[in-house]
Design a protein around this ligand. Structure first.
Ligand code: 13P
Length: 230
């Protein structure tokens, strides 16, 4: 299983450092086959060493250059960072990242050999129309995306389950993951959306769930580690 913590716009450089120190203790007893990822905000990126991978929540598809406010490969390489989240619904929505922009970013970071956690998800009004509408919506988020890329992990995050405390049901996750797994040639597939210690056993036992991408419940190191120590 993969356990990925997406801090979003939470934690500072100082609290991320303390978090990682606390997490290291817990990592000593995790199952060796489990993998832990942490995506802190850009100002907290650094060369942390340990049994976990630090990734960036975002970057601009450039080595360097005139892109005010952005970071590129040069800034990530300083810290040995080679993992990126692309396509998160919050960036699609609040930062107006179109499918075209998302696909451009994907292609660039693929060419740089980055490990990509590629996020997809549907809004509530689509979910309410049933699984066929959901799949049509989700598959459109693979436009321009090379799903044969070796270093690809997909994260299915229903938008209505993000930060709401209400995870998708076992049946919703199960049917969506079954259909997605076929569409993505069995690439690793994470679930995200109110995953937490209280539901991790149930979610991780669903066929086709290879891990979780966790927001709110990842912000506390003790809480997050309860998920992979469960
Ligand atoms: P929550 O775990 O807060 O629902 O967030 C999920 C998410 O968006 C992770 O990327």
């Amino acid at each position: 299983m993969i356990y990925a913590a997406n801090f979003k716009t939470n934690h500072t450089r100082a609290t991320t450092k303390a978090y990682i120190e606390a997490l290291k203790e817990k990592l000593l007893t995790k199952k060796p086959e489990d993998k832990v990822y942490i995506f802190p905000p850009a100002t907290a990126l650094d060369s942390y060493a340990g049994d976990f991978t630090i990734g960036t929540q975002n970057a601009y598809p450039t080595q360097n250059g005139a892109y005010t406010g952005e970071i590129g490969v040069e800034q990530l390489t300083e810290f040995g960072i080679k993992t990126i989240l692309i396509g998160h619904s919050e960036r699609r929505e609040h930062l107006s990242e179109s499918q075209e922009k998302v696909a451009e970013k994907f292609t660039f970071f693929k060419e740089q050999g980055f490990e990509i956690i590629y996020c997809i998800g549907e809004p509530l009004e689509i979910r309410e129309q049933g699984i066929e509408a959901v799949m049509q919506y989700l598959l459109a988020q693979f436009d321009g995306i090379d799903i044969t890329y070796d270093n690809l992990i997909v994260a299915y995050e229903p938008i209505w389950a993000i930060g709401t405390g209400r995870s998708a049901t076992v049946e919703e996750i199960s049917s969506t993951h079954r259909a997605l797994k076929k569409a993505i040639n069995n690439k690793p597939l994470l679930y995200g959306g109110s995953a937490k210690p209280a539901n991790i056993k149930e979610i991780s036992s669903i066929d086709g769930v290879d891990g979780v991408l966790v927001g709110s419940a990842s912000l506390d190191a003790g809480n997050f580690s309860e998920m992979f120590l469960a």
